[in-house]
Design a protein around this ligand. Structure first.
Ligand code: HEM
Length: 535
Protein backbone atom coordinates (compact mmCIF):
# COMPACT_ATOMS: atom_id res chain seq x y z
CA UNK A 1 0.00 0.00 0.00
CA UNK A 2 0.97 3.65 0.03
CA UNK A 3 3.80 4.71 2.24
CA UNK A 4 3.84 7.93 4.20
CA UNK A 5 6.88 10.16 4.12
CA UNK A 6 7.88 9.71 7.79
CA UNK A 7 8.07 5.93 7.25
CA UNK A 8 10.20 6.43 4.17
CA UNK A 9 12.62 8.48 6.25
CA UNK A 10 12.60 6.36 9.38
CA UNK A 11 15.58 4.27 8.28
CA UNK A 12 16.89 1.91 10.94
CA UNK A 13 16.90 4.31 13.90
CA UNK A 14 15.82 2.82 17.24
CA UNK A 15 12.54 3.97 18.85
CA UNK A 16 13.00 7.63 19.71
CA UNK A 17 9.35 8.52 20.25
CA UNK A 18 9.77 9.83 23.78
CA UNK A 19 12.69 11.81 25.18
CA UNK A 20 13.55 11.38 28.82
CA UNK A 21 10.76 12.61 31.07
CA UNK A 22 8.27 12.93 28.20
CA UNK A 23 4.84 11.31 28.08
CA UNK A 24 2.25 11.23 25.31
CA UNK A 25 0.75 14.41 26.81
CA UNK A 26 3.96 16.43 26.67
CA UNK A 27 3.54 19.57 24.54
CA UNK A 28 5.95 19.74 21.62
CA UNK A 29 6.33 21.89 18.56
CA UNK A 30 5.93 20.45 15.07
CA UNK A 31 9.61 19.51 14.98
CA UNK A 32 9.05 17.33 18.02
CA UNK A 33 10.96 19.65 20.34
CA UNK A 34 9.47 19.62 23.87
CA UNK A 35 8.02 23.08 24.66
CA UNK A 36 9.19 24.00 28.14
CA UNK A 37 7.65 27.48 28.37
CA UNK A 38 4.45 28.23 26.46
CA UNK A 39 3.72 31.44 28.41
CA UNK A 40 6.74 33.71 27.78
CA UNK A 41 8.56 34.66 24.60
CA UNK A 42 12.34 34.96 24.85
CA UNK A 43 13.34 38.54 25.59
CA UNK A 44 16.40 40.48 26.57
CA UNK A 45 15.55 40.89 30.21
CA UNK A 46 11.98 40.58 31.45
CA UNK A 47 10.91 43.83 29.74
CA UNK A 48 12.11 42.97 26.20
CA UNK A 49 12.86 43.45 23.35
CA UNK A 50 12.03 39.98 21.93
CA UNK A 51 14.66 37.86 20.22
CA UNK A 52 13.87 36.80 16.64
CA UNK A 53 15.65 33.45 17.06
CA UNK A 54 12.79 32.31 19.31
CA UNK A 55 11.87 29.34 17.06
CA UNK A 56 8.99 28.02 19.20
CA UNK A 57 7.27 31.39 19.13
CA UNK A 58 7.87 31.97 15.41
CA UNK A 59 6.60 28.52 14.52
CA UNK A 60 3.51 28.90 16.67
CA UNK A 61 2.58 32.37 15.42
CA UNK A 62 3.39 31.74 11.78
CA UNK A 63 1.28 28.58 11.74
CA UNK A 64 -1.52 30.56 13.33
CA UNK A 65 -1.10 33.24 10.64
CA UNK A 66 -1.85 30.55 8.06
CA UNK A 67 -4.79 28.88 9.82
CA UNK A 68 -7.28 29.95 7.21
CA UNK A 69 -7.47 28.63 3.69
CA UNK A 70 -9.71 30.40 1.17
CA UNK A 71 -13.37 29.79 1.83
CA UNK A 72 -15.35 28.02 -0.83
CA UNK A 73 -16.36 30.74 -3.32
CA UNK A 74 -19.92 29.44 -2.89
CA UNK A 75 -21.29 27.09 -0.22
CA UNK A 76 -18.81 28.43 2.36
CA UNK A 77 -21.00 27.69 5.39
CA UNK A 78 -21.43 23.98 5.97
CA UNK A 79 -21.80 21.07 8.35
CA UNK A 80 -20.71 17.49 7.77
CA UNK A 81 -21.21 13.95 9.03
CA UNK A 82 -20.05 10.42 8.30
CA UNK A 83 -22.28 7.44 7.68
CA UNK A 84 -23.09 4.69 5.26
CA UNK A 85 -25.20 3.98 2.19
CA UNK A 86 -27.06 0.67 2.05
CA UNK A 87 -28.17 -0.61 -1.35
CA UNK A 88 -31.54 -2.25 -2.07
CA UNK A 89 -30.14 -4.13 -5.10
CA UNK A 90 -33.17 -2.93 -7.04
CA UNK A 91 -34.43 0.20 -8.76
CA UNK A 92 -38.09 0.06 -7.78
CA UNK A 93 -39.18 -3.48 -8.77
CA UNK A 94 -36.43 -4.14 -11.30
CA UNK A 95 -32.93 -5.44 -10.59
CA UNK A 96 -30.75 -2.35 -10.59
CA UNK A 97 -28.27 -4.15 -12.91
CA UNK A 98 -30.75 -3.61 -15.75
CA UNK A 99 -29.71 0.06 -15.67
CA UNK A 100 -26.28 0.32 -14.06
CA UNK A 101 -23.32 -1.90 -13.34
CA UNK A 102 -22.07 0.43 -10.55
CA UNK A 103 -21.05 -2.02 -7.83
CA UNK A 104 -22.32 -0.04 -4.86
CA UNK A 105 -25.95 -0.55 -5.96
CA UNK A 106 -25.92 -4.25 -6.88
CA UNK A 107 -26.45 -6.35 -3.75
CA UNK A 108 -29.26 -5.72 -1.29
CA UNK A 109 -27.72 -4.80 2.07
CA UNK A 110 -24.31 -3.84 0.70
CA UNK A 111 -22.91 -0.90 2.69
CA UNK A 112 -20.62 1.82 1.36
CA UNK A 113 -19.11 4.44 3.72
CA UNK A 114 -20.13 8.04 2.99
CA UNK A 115 -19.27 11.57 4.08
CA UNK A 116 -21.90 14.26 3.63
CA UNK A 117 -21.56 18.03 3.68
CA UNK A 118 -24.64 20.23 3.89
CA UNK A 119 -24.29 23.93 3.23
CA UNK A 120 -25.89 27.26 2.46
CA UNK A 121 -24.67 29.04 -0.66
CA UNK A 122 -24.14 32.75 -0.86
CA UNK A 123 -22.64 34.09 2.35
CA UNK A 124 -19.44 33.38 4.26
CA UNK A 125 -18.37 30.65 6.62
CA UNK A 126 -20.10 32.02 9.72
CA UNK A 127 -23.23 33.49 8.17
CA UNK A 128 -26.64 32.69 9.70
CA UNK A 129 -28.14 29.35 8.70
CA UNK A 130 -31.62 30.85 8.44
CA UNK A 131 -31.05 32.78 5.22
CA UNK A 132 -33.14 32.28 2.10
CA UNK A 133 -30.76 30.29 -0.05
CA UNK A 134 -30.59 26.87 -1.66
CA UNK A 135 -28.91 24.33 0.61
CA UNK A 136 -26.05 22.15 -0.61
CA UNK A 137 -26.31 18.38 -0.17
CA UNK A 138 -22.98 16.84 -1.20
CA UNK A 139 -22.31 13.13 -0.66
CA UNK A 140 -18.97 11.35 -1.07
CA UNK A 141 -19.34 7.57 -1.45
CA UNK A 142 -16.08 5.71 -0.71
CA UNK A 143 -16.84 2.76 -3.02
CA UNK A 144 -14.70 -0.28 -3.79
CA UNK A 145 -14.19 1.20 -7.27
CA UNK A 146 -13.02 4.54 -5.90
CA UNK A 147 -14.94 7.62 -4.89
CA UNK A 148 -18.25 8.83 -6.24
CA UNK A 149 -19.41 12.36 -5.38
CA UNK A 150 -23.07 13.26 -5.76
CA UNK A 151 -22.96 17.05 -5.39
CA UNK A 152 -26.53 18.22 -5.08
CA UNK A 153 -28.83 20.79 -3.53
CA UNK A 154 -32.04 20.55 -1.52
CA UNK A 155 -34.15 21.96 -4.37
CA UNK A 156 -34.58 19.79 -7.46
CA UNK A 157 -33.90 22.48 -10.06
CA UNK A 158 -31.48 25.38 -10.64
CA UNK A 159 -31.56 29.06 -11.65
CA UNK A 160 -29.73 28.73 -14.97
CA UNK A 161 -28.97 26.09 -17.56
CA UNK A 162 -25.74 27.37 -19.09
CA UNK A 163 -22.52 27.33 -17.03
CA UNK A 164 -21.18 30.49 -18.69
CA UNK A 165 -23.77 32.43 -16.68
CA UNK A 166 -22.70 31.05 -13.29
CA UNK A 167 -20.04 33.61 -12.28
CA UNK A 168 -22.40 36.51 -13.15
CA UNK A 169 -25.23 34.88 -11.25
CA UNK A 170 -23.10 34.44 -8.14
CA UNK A 171 -21.81 38.02 -8.38
CA UNK A 172 -25.39 39.32 -8.54
CA UNK A 173 -26.45 37.23 -5.55
CA UNK A 174 -23.43 38.14 -3.44
CA UNK A 175 -22.93 41.56 -1.83
CA UNK A 176 -22.26 44.72 -3.84
CA UNK A 177 -18.51 45.02 -4.56
CA UNK A 178 -18.49 48.63 -3.31
CA UNK A 179 -20.68 48.50 -0.21
CA UNK A 180 -20.37 44.79 0.66
CA UNK A 181 -24.15 44.73 1.13
CA UNK A 182 -26.36 42.07 -0.44
CA UNK A 183 -29.42 43.50 -2.16
CA UNK A 184 -32.65 42.22 -3.59
CA UNK A 185 -32.20 44.61 -6.49
CA UNK A 186 -28.95 42.96 -7.61
CA UNK A 187 -30.59 39.55 -7.28
CA UNK A 188 -33.71 40.45 -9.27
CA UNK A 189 -31.76 42.51 -11.79
CA UNK A 190 -30.02 39.30 -12.86
CA UNK A 191 -33.06 37.06 -12.46
CA UNK A 192 -35.40 39.34 -14.41
CA UNK A 193 -32.94 39.16 -17.30
CA UNK A 194 -32.75 35.36 -17.00
CA UNK A 195 -36.32 34.11 -17.47
CA UNK A 196 -35.21 30.49 -17.00
CA UNK A 197 -34.77 31.36 -13.29
CA UNK A 198 -38.52 31.97 -12.76
CA UNK A 199 -39.14 28.38 -11.68
CA UNK A 200 -36.27 28.31 -9.15
CA UNK A 201 -37.30 31.69 -7.73
CA UNK A 202 -40.82 30.31 -7.19
CA UNK A 203 -39.37 27.63 -4.92
CA UNK A 204 -36.77 29.89 -3.33
CA UNK A 205 -39.13 32.64 -2.15
CA UNK A 206 -41.60 30.11 -0.74
CA UNK A 207 -40.80 28.32 2.55
CA UNK A 208 -38.88 25.78 0.41
CA UNK A 209 -36.16 28.45 0.28
CA UNK A 210 -35.50 28.13 4.03
CA UNK A 211 -35.30 24.48 5.15
CA UNK A 212 -35.87 24.31 8.93
CA UNK A 213 -32.65 22.33 9.40
CA UNK A 214 -30.43 19.92 7.47
CA UNK A 215 -32.03 16.72 8.77
CA UNK A 216 -35.50 17.53 7.49
CA UNK A 217 -34.66 18.56 3.97
CA UNK A 218 -34.60 16.76 0.66
CA UNK A 219 -31.60 16.50 -1.62
CA UNK A 220 -31.28 16.25 -5.37
CA UNK A 221 -28.51 15.81 -7.90
CA UNK A 222 -30.43 18.42 -9.99
CA UNK A 223 -28.44 17.71 -13.16
CA UNK A 224 -29.17 14.79 -15.46
CA UNK A 225 -26.61 11.98 -15.34
CA UNK A 226 -26.42 8.60 -17.05
CA UNK A 227 -26.41 5.07 -15.78
CA UNK A 228 -24.56 2.49 -17.89
CA UNK A 229 -25.14 -1.27 -17.68
CA UNK A 230 -22.85 -4.23 -18.43
CA UNK A 231 -23.72 -4.03 -22.16
CA UNK A 232 -22.69 -0.36 -22.37
CA UNK A 233 -26.34 0.73 -22.71
CA UNK A 234 -27.20 4.03 -21.04
CA UNK A 235 -30.31 5.63 -19.55
CA UNK A 236 -30.74 9.21 -18.32
CA UNK A 237 -31.04 9.46 -14.55
CA UNK A 238 -31.85 12.04 -11.89
CA UNK A 239 -31.07 11.43 -8.20
CA UNK A 240 -33.23 12.46 -5.24
CA UNK A 241 -32.74 12.09 -1.45
CA UNK A 242 -35.93 11.80 0.62
CA UNK A 243 -35.48 12.48 4.36
CA UNK A 244 -36.94 9.71 6.54
CA UNK A 245 -37.34 12.35 9.29
CA UNK A 246 -39.93 14.16 7.13
CA UNK A 247 -39.61 17.61 5.55
CA UNK A 248 -39.82 20.91 7.42
CA UNK A 249 -39.41 24.42 6.07
CA UNK A 250 -39.59 27.86 7.69
CA UNK A 251 -41.80 30.76 6.71
CA UNK A 252 -39.96 34.10 6.69
CA UNK A 253 -41.41 34.92 10.13
CA UNK A 254 -40.29 31.61 11.66
CA UNK A 255 -36.79 32.02 10.22
CA UNK A 256 -36.52 35.51 11.71
CA UNK A 257 -37.41 34.19 15.15
CA UNK A 258 -34.73 31.49 15.02
CA UNK A 259 -32.14 33.85 13.60
CA UNK A 260 -32.67 36.31 16.42
CA UNK A 261 -31.47 33.69 18.87
CA UNK A 262 -29.14 31.33 17.04
CA UNK A 263 -27.31 31.59 13.75
CA UNK A 264 -25.82 28.08 13.98
CA UNK A 265 -29.09 26.26 14.47
CA UNK A 266 -28.77 23.82 11.54
CA UNK A 267 -25.19 22.77 12.34
CA UNK A 268 -26.12 22.41 16.00
CA UNK A 269 -29.24 20.39 15.21
CA UNK A 270 -27.29 17.92 13.05
CA UNK A 271 -24.37 17.58 15.48
CA UNK A 272 -26.51 17.15 18.58
CA UNK A 273 -28.91 14.67 16.95
CA UNK A 274 -26.00 12.44 15.95
CA UNK A 275 -24.43 12.74 19.43
CA UNK A 276 -27.79 11.69 20.95
CA UNK A 277 -27.81 8.62 18.71
CA UNK A 278 -30.67 9.90 16.55
CA UNK A 279 -29.12 9.10 13.21
CA UNK A 280 -30.75 10.92 10.32
CA UNK A 281 -31.48 8.84 7.23
CA UNK A 282 -32.50 9.49 3.64
CA UNK A 283 -33.78 7.18 0.92
CA UNK A 284 -32.07 7.58 -2.44
CA UNK A 285 -34.52 7.49 -5.36
CA UNK A 286 -33.84 7.75 -9.07
CA UNK A 287 -35.95 8.85 -11.99
CA UNK A 288 -35.07 7.14 -15.24
CA UNK A 289 -35.65 8.14 -18.89
CA UNK A 290 -34.42 6.48 -22.05
CA UNK A 291 -31.29 8.14 -23.44
CA UNK A 292 -32.69 10.34 -26.19
CA UNK A 293 -34.04 13.84 -26.80
CA UNK A 294 -37.66 13.10 -25.87
CA UNK A 295 -39.22 15.46 -28.38
CA UNK A 296 -42.65 14.45 -27.00
CA UNK A 297 -41.91 16.44 -23.80
CA UNK A 298 -42.39 20.21 -23.67
CA UNK A 299 -38.96 20.52 -22.01
CA UNK A 300 -35.51 19.13 -22.63
CA UNK A 301 -34.49 16.32 -20.26
CA UNK A 302 -31.03 17.92 -20.05
CA UNK A 303 -32.45 21.23 -18.79
CA UNK A 304 -31.72 21.62 -15.04
CA UNK A 305 -34.43 24.29 -14.64
CA UNK A 306 -37.06 21.58 -15.12
CA UNK A 307 -38.64 18.87 -12.99
CA UNK A 308 -39.34 15.47 -14.50
CA UNK A 309 -43.00 14.75 -13.81
CA UNK A 310 -42.97 11.97 -11.15
CA UNK A 311 -46.24 10.53 -12.55
CA UNK A 312 -44.46 9.88 -15.83
CA UNK A 313 -41.02 9.12 -14.40
CA UNK A 314 -41.64 7.60 -10.98
CA UNK A 315 -39.22 7.84 -8.07
CA UNK A 316 -37.54 4.40 -7.82
CA UNK A 317 -35.90 3.73 -4.43
CA UNK A 318 -32.38 2.28 -4.78
CA UNK A 319 -30.98 2.52 -1.25
CA UNK A 320 -30.80 4.29 2.06
CA UNK A 321 -28.19 6.54 3.71
CA UNK A 322 -27.67 6.85 7.46
CA UNK A 323 -25.45 9.48 9.13
CA UNK A 324 -24.12 8.08 12.40
CA UNK A 325 -20.81 9.79 13.21
CA UNK A 326 -19.76 13.40 13.72
CA UNK A 327 -16.42 14.61 12.36
CA UNK A 328 -13.58 14.50 14.89
CA UNK A 329 -12.34 17.86 13.61
CA UNK A 330 -14.32 20.42 11.65
CA UNK A 331 -11.48 21.90 9.64
CA UNK A 332 -9.71 18.65 8.73
CA UNK A 333 -12.86 16.95 7.55
CA UNK A 334 -15.64 19.41 6.71
CA UNK A 335 -13.59 22.40 5.56
CA UNK A 336 -11.03 20.41 3.59
CA UNK A 337 -13.60 18.06 2.03
CA UNK A 338 -13.62 18.44 -1.73
CA UNK A 339 -16.55 17.22 -3.81
CA UNK A 340 -16.90 17.37 -7.57
CA UNK A 341 -19.35 16.33 -10.25
CA UNK A 342 -16.55 14.72 -12.28
CA UNK A 343 -15.97 12.14 -9.57
CA UNK A 344 -17.90 9.13 -10.91
CA UNK A 345 -17.33 5.36 -10.79
CA UNK A 346 -17.76 2.63 -13.40
CA UNK A 347 -21.45 2.33 -14.34
CA UNK A 348 -22.17 6.07 -13.77
CA UNK A 349 -21.65 8.66 -16.48
CA UNK A 350 -22.27 12.27 -17.47
CA UNK A 351 -25.09 13.35 -19.68
CA UNK A 352 -24.74 16.22 -22.15
CA UNK A 353 -26.34 18.61 -19.62
CA UNK A 354 -24.18 21.71 -20.26
CA UNK A 355 -24.44 22.99 -16.72
CA UNK A 356 -23.14 19.66 -15.43
CA UNK A 357 -20.19 19.73 -17.78
CA UNK A 358 -19.32 23.31 -16.75
CA UNK A 359 -19.52 22.32 -13.09
CA UNK A 360 -17.25 19.38 -13.68
CA UNK A 361 -14.35 21.64 -14.64
CA UNK A 362 -15.03 24.12 -11.86
CA UNK A 363 -14.90 21.92 -8.73
CA UNK A 364 -11.46 20.32 -9.00
CA UNK A 365 -10.08 23.57 -10.41
CA UNK A 366 -11.17 25.56 -7.35
CA UNK A 367 -10.04 22.79 -4.99
CA UNK A 368 -6.47 22.85 -6.32
CA UNK A 369 -6.50 26.55 -5.41
CA UNK A 370 -8.55 26.31 -2.19
CA UNK A 371 -6.99 23.24 -0.60
CA UNK A 372 -3.87 22.58 -2.71
CA UNK A 373 -2.50 20.42 -5.49
CA UNK A 374 -2.43 17.28 -3.37
CA UNK A 375 -5.91 17.72 -1.88
CA UNK A 376 -6.80 14.16 -2.83
CA UNK A 377 -4.17 12.81 -0.42
CA UNK A 378 -6.03 14.20 2.61
CA UNK A 379 -7.79 11.40 4.49
CA UNK A 380 -11.26 12.96 4.00
CA UNK A 381 -10.81 13.06 0.22
CA UNK A 382 -8.69 9.96 -0.38
CA UNK A 383 -10.44 6.80 -1.54
CA UNK A 384 -10.54 4.02 1.04
CA UNK A 385 -9.09 1.60 -1.52
CA UNK A 386 -5.89 0.88 -3.42
CA UNK A 387 -4.47 4.00 -5.12
CA UNK A 388 -1.40 3.78 -7.33
CA UNK A 389 -0.59 6.69 -9.60
CA UNK A 390 2.45 8.17 -11.29
CA UNK A 391 1.59 11.59 -9.88
CA UNK A 392 4.49 12.97 -7.87
CA UNK A 393 5.48 16.14 -6.08
CA UNK A 394 3.63 19.45 -5.77
CA UNK A 395 2.89 21.33 -2.56
CA UNK A 396 2.31 19.30 0.60
CA UNK A 397 3.05 15.78 -0.60
CA UNK A 398 2.04 13.57 2.30
CA UNK A 399 2.64 10.18 0.79
CA UNK A 400 4.03 8.65 -2.38
CA UNK A 401 1.62 6.49 -4.37
CA UNK A 402 3.82 3.40 -4.58
CA UNK A 403 2.19 0.00 -4.90
CA UNK A 404 3.64 -3.11 -3.23
CA UNK A 405 6.18 -4.61 -5.61
CA UNK A 406 6.35 -1.49 -7.75
CA UNK A 407 9.79 -0.30 -8.76
CA UNK A 408 9.95 3.09 -6.96
CA UNK A 409 12.21 4.52 -9.69
CA UNK A 410 9.53 4.10 -12.34
CA UNK A 411 7.08 7.01 -12.12
CA UNK A 412 5.85 6.70 -15.70
CA UNK A 413 3.83 4.30 -17.85
CA UNK A 414 4.31 2.34 -20.13
CA UNK A 415 7.47 0.70 -18.87
CA UNK A 416 9.08 -2.76 -18.89
CA UNK A 417 10.94 -2.05 -15.64
CA UNK A 418 8.33 -2.84 -13.00
CA UNK A 419 6.05 0.19 -13.14
CA UNK A 420 2.28 0.37 -12.86
CA UNK A 421 0.03 -1.14 -15.51
CA UNK A 422 -3.33 -0.11 -16.93
CA UNK A 423 -6.46 -1.68 -15.41
CA UNK A 424 -8.71 -4.05 -17.36
CA UNK A 425 -11.76 -2.52 -19.07
CA UNK A 426 -14.85 -3.63 -17.10
CA UNK A 427 -18.13 -3.86 -19.01
CA UNK A 428 -18.65 -2.54 -22.50
CA UNK A 429 -17.81 1.18 -22.88
CA UNK A 430 -20.76 3.53 -23.45
CA UNK A 431 -19.92 5.37 -26.68
CA UNK A 432 -22.40 8.08 -27.59
CA UNK A 433 -22.07 9.32 -31.19
CA UNK A 434 -22.32 12.96 -32.29
CA UNK A 435 -22.96 14.62 -35.62
CA UNK A 436 -23.39 18.33 -35.00
CA UNK A 437 -21.86 21.72 -35.67
CA UNK A 438 -19.87 23.42 -32.94
CA UNK A 439 -22.13 26.37 -32.03
CA UNK A 440 -23.14 28.85 -29.32
CA UNK A 441 -26.87 28.26 -29.05
CA UNK A 442 -29.64 27.95 -26.51
CA UNK A 443 -31.49 24.65 -26.31
CA UNK A 444 -34.69 24.68 -28.39
CA UNK A 445 -37.30 23.84 -25.77
CA UNK A 446 -36.64 26.59 -23.20
CA UNK A 447 -40.28 26.76 -21.99
CA UNK A 448 -39.28 28.99 -19.08
CA UNK A 449 -42.64 29.60 -17.44
CA UNK A 450 -44.99 26.59 -17.63
CA UNK A 451 -43.39 24.61 -14.80
CA UNK A 452 -43.08 27.76 -12.65
CA UNK A 453 -46.86 28.12 -12.95
CA UNK A 454 -47.43 24.45 -12.12
CA UNK A 455 -45.16 24.75 -9.07
CA UNK A 456 -47.04 27.89 -7.94
CA UNK A 457 -50.34 26.01 -8.18
CA UNK A 458 -48.92 22.99 -6.35
CA UNK A 459 -48.01 24.99 -3.22
CA UNK A 460 -50.41 24.88 -0.28
CA UNK A 461 -52.16 28.00 0.99
CA UNK A 462 -49.53 28.94 3.62
CA UNK A 463 -46.66 28.40 1.21
CA UNK A 464 -48.29 30.40 -1.55
CA UNK A 465 -49.11 33.41 0.62
CA UNK A 466 -45.57 33.37 2.10
CA UNK A 467 -44.16 33.22 -1.45
CA UNK A 468 -46.26 36.13 -2.65
CA UNK A 469 -45.55 38.25 0.44
CA UNK A 470 -41.80 37.55 0.23
CA UNK A 471 -41.68 38.44 -3.46
CA UNK A 472 -43.77 41.58 -2.86
CA UNK A 473 -41.42 42.79 -0.12
CA UNK A 474 -38.24 41.98 -2.04
CA UNK A 475 -39.43 43.45 -5.35
CA UNK A 476 -40.66 46.64 -3.68
CA UNK A 477 -36.94 47.36 -3.14
CA UNK A 478 -36.24 47.18 -6.87
CA UNK A 479 -36.58 49.72 -9.63
CA UNK A 480 -39.67 49.63 -11.88
CA UNK A 481 -37.90 48.08 -14.84
CA UNK A 482 -36.90 45.05 -12.77
CA UNK A 483 -40.18 44.81 -10.89
CA UNK A 484 -42.25 44.98 -14.07
CA UNK A 485 -40.21 42.36 -15.83
CA UNK A 486 -40.55 39.99 -12.87
CA UNK A 487 -44.32 40.52 -12.71
CA UNK A 488 -44.46 39.81 -16.44
CA UNK A 489 -42.58 36.54 -15.93
CA UNK A 490 -44.84 35.47 -13.06
CA UNK A 491 -47.88 36.36 -15.18
CA UNK A 492 -46.63 34.20 -18.00
CA UNK A 493 -46.23 31.40 -15.46
CA UNK A 494 -49.78 31.89 -14.17
CA UNK A 495 -51.87 35.09 -14.49
CA UNK A 496 -53.07 34.69 -10.89
CA UNK A 497 -49.45 34.44 -9.72
CA UNK A 498 -48.48 37.65 -11.57
CA UNK A 499 -51.51 39.54 -10.25
CA UNK A 500 -50.88 38.39 -6.68
CA UNK A 501 -47.23 39.49 -6.77
CA UNK A 502 -48.16 42.86 -8.36
CA UNK A 503 -50.66 43.44 -5.57
CA UNK A 504 -48.14 42.40 -2.90
CA UNK A 505 -45.62 44.89 -4.32
CA UNK A 506 -48.22 47.67 -4.15
CA UNK A 507 -49.05 46.80 -0.56
CA UNK A 508 -45.42 46.68 0.43
CA UNK A 509 -44.79 50.07 -1.20
CA UNK A 510 -47.79 51.55 0.62
CA UNK A 511 -46.36 50.31 3.89
CA UNK A 512 -43.16 52.09 2.95
CA UNK A 513 -41.44 49.07 1.41
CA UNK A 514 -39.74 46.36 3.38
CA UNK A 515 -37.49 47.38 6.20
CA UNK A 516 -34.27 47.13 4.22
CA UNK A 517 -33.71 49.76 1.55
CA UNK A 518 -30.01 49.89 2.09
CA UNK A 519 -29.11 47.84 -0.96
CA UNK A 520 -31.17 49.94 -3.35
CA UNK A 521 -29.96 53.24 -1.97
CA UNK A 522 -26.39 52.08 -2.03
CA UNK A 523 -26.78 50.86 -5.61
CA UNK A 524 -28.29 54.23 -6.56
CA UNK A 525 -25.35 55.97 -4.96
CA UNK A 526 -23.08 53.66 -6.88
CA UNK A 527 -24.72 54.65 -10.14
CA UNK A 528 -24.32 58.32 -9.26
CA UNK A 529 -20.67 57.78 -8.46
CA UNK A 530 -20.22 55.83 -11.70
CA UNK A 531 -21.82 58.62 -13.74
CA UNK A 532 -19.67 61.24 -12.00
CA UNK A 533 -16.65 59.21 -13.04
CA UNK A 534 -17.97 59.26 -16.59
CA UNK A 535 -18.88 55.54 -16.82
C1 HEM B 1 -19.75 24.21 -4.42
C2 HEM B 1 -19.26 25.81 -8.91
C3 HEM B 1 -23.83 24.69 -9.90
C4 HEM B 1 -24.03 22.36 -5.69
C5 HEM B 1 -19.25 24.81 -5.53
C6 HEM B 1 -17.94 25.38 -5.64
C7 HEM B 1 -17.81 25.82 -6.90
C8 HEM B 1 -19.03 25.53 -7.60
C9 HEM B 1 -16.59 26.48 -7.50
C10 HEM B 1 -16.92 25.44 -4.52
C11 HEM B 1 -16.29 24.08 -4.38
C12 HEM B 1 -15.17 24.00 -3.39
O1 HEM B 1 -14.56 25.03 -3.05
O2 HEM B 1 -14.86 22.87 -2.95
C13 HEM B 1 -20.44 25.61 -9.58
C14 HEM B 1 -20.68 25.95 -10.97
C15 HEM B 1 -21.99 25.66 -11.23
C16 HEM B 1 -22.55 25.13 -10.02
C17 HEM B 1 -19.64 26.51 -11.91
C18 HEM B 1 -22.77 25.81 -12.50
C19 HEM B 1 -22.19 25.97 -13.67
C20 HEM B 1 -24.29 23.92 -8.87
C21 HEM B 1 -25.51 23.18 -8.86
C22 HEM B 1 -25.55 22.54 -7.67
C23 HEM B 1 -24.36 22.86 -6.92
C24 HEM B 1 -26.52 23.09 -10.00
C25 HEM B 1 -26.61 21.60 -7.17
C26 HEM B 1 -26.93 20.52 -7.82
C27 HEM B 1 -22.89 22.67 -5.00
C28 HEM B 1 -22.62 22.20 -3.66
C29 HEM B 1 -21.38 22.74 -3.29
C30 HEM B 1 -20.93 23.53 -4.41
C31 HEM B 1 -23.49 21.29 -2.82
C32 HEM B 1 -20.70 22.58 -1.95
C33 HEM B 1 -19.90 21.29 -1.93
C34 HEM B 1 -19.29 21.11 -0.57
O3 HEM B 1 -20.06 20.91 0.39
O4 HEM B 1 -18.06 21.19 -0.45
N1 HEM B 1 -19.90 24.93 -6.75
N2 HEM B 1 -21.59 25.11 -9.04
N3 HEM B 1 -23.61 23.70 -7.68
N4 HEM B 1 -21.86 23.45 -5.42
FE1 HEM B 1 -21.73 24.26 -7.22
Amino acid sequence: QRESMPDLQAGSASDTRFAEGETEQTLTNRQGHPVTDNQNVRTLGSRGPTAIENYDFLEKISHFDRERIPERVVHARGAGAHGYFEAYGKAGDEPVSKYTRAKLFQQAGKRTPVFVRFSSVIHGGHSPETLRDPRGFAVKFYTEDGNWDLVGNNLKIFFIRDPIKFPDMVHAFKPDPVTNIQSNERFFDFVSNSPEATHMVTFLFSPWGIPANYRQMQGSGVNTYKWVNEQGEAVLVKYHWEPLQGIRNFTAAEAEQVQAKNFNHATQDLYEAIERGEHPAWELCVQIMSDDEHQELDYDPLDPTKLWDPEQFPFLPVGKMVLDRNPANYFAEVEQAAFGTGVLVDGLDFSDDKLLQGRTFSYSDTQRHRVGTNYLQLPINAPKKHVATNQRDGQMVYQVDIAPGQNPHINYEPSSLGGLQEAQQRGKEHEPAYNAKLVRQRIERTNDFAQAGATYRSLDEVERSDLVANLGAALSECRDVIRNRMVDHFTQADPEYGAAVAQAIEQSLKRGGSDSHVGTEAANDGMEIASELGH
